[in-house]
Design a protein around this ligand. Sequence first.
Ligand code: AMP
Ligand code: MG
Length: 314
Amino acid sequence: MLLPATRDSIARAAVLLRQGGVVAFPTETVYGLGALLFDARAVARIFEIKRRPSFDPLIVHVADRAMLGEVVAAVPAAAETLIERFWPGPLTLVLKKRPAVPGLVTAGLQTVAVRMADHPVARALLEAVGSPLAAPSANPFGRLSPTRAEHVAKMLGDRVDLILDGGATKYGIESTIVAVEPRPALLRPGAIALERIEAAIGPLERTGRTSEVRAPGQLDQHYAPATPLRLIDPKLVAHAERLRAGVIALQDPPEGYSASRTLSRRGDLREAAANLFEMLHELDALGLDRIDAAPVTEAGLGLAIMDRLRRAAS
Ligand code: AMP
Ligand code: MG
């Protein structure tokens, strides 16, 4: 459903979000597809709706400093300078995340990308929800980012709970993404010129990778478990081989493993995606010799789950 952004429709969008819904909304860069940050199942729906075959980290939107404090563990001095200079505005900062930020939002990384948008609808929505939102661009995988509500309606119309129409976006290109630690670096060029950022905090390292030309999921910074992981049907693994190993499966992992994780007792891929990164981290922390991961069906979110497991296995 597409509604002009008004006080009423924004209030309605906030209710939908609080119930675990997914809502498209305008920002000054492009339209975003938002879900409650702290509801990993709602975040899993974003990937489902975008039909993303991999889990890339999402940008988190905050309305104010209090919300920023719910998301990041610390704000280093360089970030403080950039916040004062450019927020609200089209600058995304990559900072250390708080433990409560779901692993699905950051693709298992310990850092999180945050921004404070300068668009009256985005701001009003965040204030009405009272919680940070995870929101990537509101386009299906491999398509152009939407700069009008009609683009979203055409590409995702029947799959999102509500589209707030705030007209054409001002910049029409994505936010500039900057990491401040360990050294300030440009992760993606965007709406704020690099020169302006360098004038504020000095030279940035250029990683040479832009998310728009890069194949999806090829983020060079990706969480990989330290424990060797293999994709295998754990039911076929000999009992002696299970003793010092962990197992992760969608449903019913077999007995005899030293540690085991069930992604979703009901076999629900959305719930499985929501649990995936936390469970991998938990198993990884146990000092096991190996993790056996049972393959899942490659349909819906199963595709992205398998992509992640294959990367972890390679
Ligand atoms: P989008 O939300 O679609 O505008 O794009 C999000 C992009 O932000 C990702 O594809 C990454 O390139 C980048 N990103 C988000 N979180 C991180 C992070 N923690 N570290 C590095 N890059 C990130
Ligand atoms: Mg995008």
